[in-house]
Design a protein around this ligand. Sequence first.
Ligand code: XBP
Ligand code: MG
Length: 254
Amino acid sequence: MSLQALIFDVDGTLADTERDGHRVAFNQAFSEAGLDWHWDVPLYGALLAVTGGKERMRYYLDRYRQDFPRPADLDAQIARLHAAKTRHYTALLAQGGIPLRPGVRRLLAEARAAGMRLAIATTTTPENVTALLRCALTADAESWFEVIAAGDVVPAKKPAPDIYQYALEELGLDARACLAFEDSENGLRAARDAGLRTVVTVNDYTRDQDFSDALLVLDQLGEAEQPFRVLASAMPLNGARAFDLALARKLAAH
Ligand code: XBP
Ligand code: MG
């Protein structure tokens, strides 16, 4: 089956948003609310085991803050904190704080020019996706993606396959006609369980995770002047230096 669409995760894949973006925005929301919660870099790495900001806050309380007195309206408090965190995060993006990862702009532009269909499947909110695309890619970047599957549109977040299944349904495509791009084990499991083959670009938080089910594991997508490093590959790459559409098609045919 020929390759017809590329489906991208957002956080950690399009841009390194977690450590210097989401984490910072969570802490801003906590201190604004007068809470003594603070997520440092290593703690945030542990909290990334749970995807979704609201789910992550609940996990933090359960796992690390048994001392914190739960208010009767905990769900509402978490929802308020999450809305504040989204406000801080999108403000941070608007300041140009977070660039795309190497090779992302190049691959998206090549795919768009070739008429390859593009989609997003992410755990984060639609507001955050829009803000990142507009601030880091281009003002009309949302229109580059035929489907933006994000956040609470499905009940179960990654590693559940729901968000990828939703994206595939919206695209009207079989998983075998698509490639997924991920940065984390939770994301890879979600894509795999939706039947997708996956290319992983690792980052500092994820490089030691289990990516044995990925088709290809790279340090980043690569540019001519900054070639990728291959961490694992299901097929020989014959000296390729940057991940492009030709390589995507070769992998999909594998
Ligand atoms: C991303 C996430 C998200 C972000 C925060 O996972 O886990 O929770 O950290 O997003 P993935 P929200 O890259 O696998 O989609 O706070 O907007 O939920
Ligand atoms: Mg991710």
